[in-house]
Design a binder for this molecule. Structure first.
Ligand SMILES: *[C@@H]1O[C@H](CO)[C@@H](O)[C@H](O)[C@H]1NC(C)=O
Ligand SMILES: *[C@@H]1O[C@H](CO)[C@@H](O)[C@H](O)[C@H]1NC(C)=O
Ligand SMILES: *[C@@H]1O[C@H](CO)[C@@H](O)[C@H](O)[C@H]1NC(C)=O
Ligand SMILES: *[C@@H]1O[C@H](CO)[C@@H](O)[C@H](O)[C@H]1NC(C)=O
Length: 428
């Protein structure tokens, strides 16, 4: 069970994956054998897992949520009738079947490779064994398969052929189902790739100050150069687009990447209000109570005259929706904003989000597979400070300054002269 896109979609939805329930009953995946129609024990486990998945889906819907995705292979008319009777007649929820048909050999091969890479069933098998096993599993399914037939079944369905080349709909009703139909019609064949990076180290990062609109430090400028080299030298299969915030440090970081750029206001860093430009030490000295409140509940805490994480999620919503339709976008952003964006794509838990580690001078590459994203982090070899402050043990208002400051990452008190050597501004 996994939470999908927790704060964007109009449809608040959750995926109930039969295979995950099955794996709970069988710690180790044996082989394709359990998918044979005449394997009694295998069938029993699979039926049991499916029942649990459907029951959890029903509970979730009864809680007032709008859409549950039941991820299973209901390939016979009898199975579909059973499922439909249960959901509609017994529980009172509409069910829309989605049949994906793929005859394109190339797409099929790619799909098989994807499953091998990502399915927990094949973690422990050699590539050859796994390919063989998966083909046999498909054969078991093909023997049982009865295509959905509007003449013989009274169900609503959408049929997607060759990953969205042709989409047909039958008895699709209401806004939610139309929305799903729309989504399936716009499905992409190729995996989507998105890149994220924080700006290069800024003068404020060096000094341990938050917020502001500082320029890059000399090391930050080196990162900007390395970042541009990285992207400019990748074989350009498709053109990139760069999205930055409106702040200087992101624009400077993106400057040398050869691609069209857009400055997006909604990507600006969390507004720290009265604490903009302060170090954590100064915050503790001037606003110890605010500092403690923030440590108690970083997700909801809003700086006076500033924003909270929840606030920036709200303003990021349209950007995230737009990004879902994009490919090869490089987002040059800020720590808090990127925590929210990556958390969105990676289904992070909300309360862990403000502590997610998104280090400086690191490229985060997201690649879609199915409805999930895989993440790869590439740290470029340019030194920088660490800006990640863990939640301290003592978050009470009466804590000592020392307790409040235990997790503050080290930083410089003044801009060190050696960091300035290769900066033009050092002459000023
Ligand atoms: C639906 O598919 C799942 C997963 O393949 C299977 O275990 C289950 O038995 C099917 N449902 C019904 C009602 O047969
Ligand atoms: C992988 O296989 C080995 C030996 O067959 C077994 O001991 C191990 O538990 C398996 N690991 C997983 C994750 O299935
Ligand atoms: C500090 O506050 C905590 C509750 O947050 C309380 O348990 C403790 O007694 C207080 N200590 C002092 C010295 O006031
Ligand atoms: C936090 O510090 C205060 C004051 O020193 C102390 O009374 C309290 O017990 C501490 N709380 C925790 C959770 O350590």
């Amino acid at each position: 069970m996994e939470l999908l896109h927790f704060y964007n979609r109009n449809l608040f939805l959750l995926v109930f994956d039969c295979s995950e329930y099955r794996r709970r009953h069988m710690a180790l995946y044996g082989s394709h054998d359990i998918f044979r129609a005449d394997n009694q024990q295998g069938s029993a486990i699979r039926r049991q897992s499916a029942r649990e998945a459907v029951q959890d889906a029903m509970l979730w819907l009864k809680d007032g949520n709008s859409v549950a995705i039941f991820d299973g292979t209901n390939i016979t008319r009898e199975q579909r009738r059973e499922l439909s009777d249960y959901c509609l007649n017994d529980m009172g929820f509409r069910i829309l079947f989605i049949e994906c048909v793929c005859e394109d050999q190339e797409l099929l091969e790619r799909n098989i490779i994807e499953i091998l890479h990502y399915s927990a069933d094949y973690k422990n098998m050699s590539e050859e064994e796994a390919v063989d096993d998966l083909r046999k599993k498909l054969e078991h399914y093909m023997r049982q398969y009865e295509p959905i037939d509007a003449g013989l079944e009274t169900i609503s369905f959408v049929r997607v052929e060759n990953m969205g080349e042709t989409v047909t709909a039958h008895k699709v009703a209401g806004q939610k189902e139309s929305g799903i139909l729309g989504y399936l019609s716009g499905m992409r064949c190729l995996p989507q790739t998105l890149y994220f990076t924080r700006h290069g180290e800024s003068e404020y990062n060096v000094l341990g100050r938050i917020g502001g609109d500082a320029a890059l430090s000399p090391r930050g400028q080196l990162y900007a150069r390395a970042l541009a080299d990285h992207f400019n030298s990748l074989p350009a299969r498709e053109p990139y687009t760069v999205w930055t915030s409106e702040l200087r440090r992101t624009k400077q970081t993106a400057a040398d990447i050869r691609a069209p750029k857009r400055a997006v206001r909604a990507l600006n860093e969390l507004d720290a209000g009265i604490c903009e430009g302060l170090t954590y030490e100064e915050m503790q000295e001037r606003f110890p109570q605010e500092f403690a409140w923030r440590d108690q509940d970083k997700l909801h805490y809003r700086y006076p005259w500033g924003e909270s994480y929840i606030d920036i999620m709200t303003r990021l919503r349209p950007v995230l929706s737009a990004l879902e339709d994009e490919h090869n976008v490089i987002v040059v952003g800020h720590q808090a904003v990127l925590r929210c964006m990556l958390g969105y794509f990676l289904d992070a838990k909300l309360d862990e989000l403000p502590y997610m580690n998104v280090p400086l001078h690191t490229i985060v590459k997201l690649t879609s597979y199915g409805y999930k994203y895989k993440v790869e982090m590439t740290k470029l070899p340019v030194e920088c400070v660490d800006t990640h402050r863990k939640q301290p043990k003592n978050c009470s208002i009466n804590r000592t300054s020392a307790d409040a400051l235990t997790t503050v990452p080290s930083h410089y008190d003044t801009l060190p002269s050696n960091l300035w050597q290769n900066s033009a501004e050092a002459q000023l």
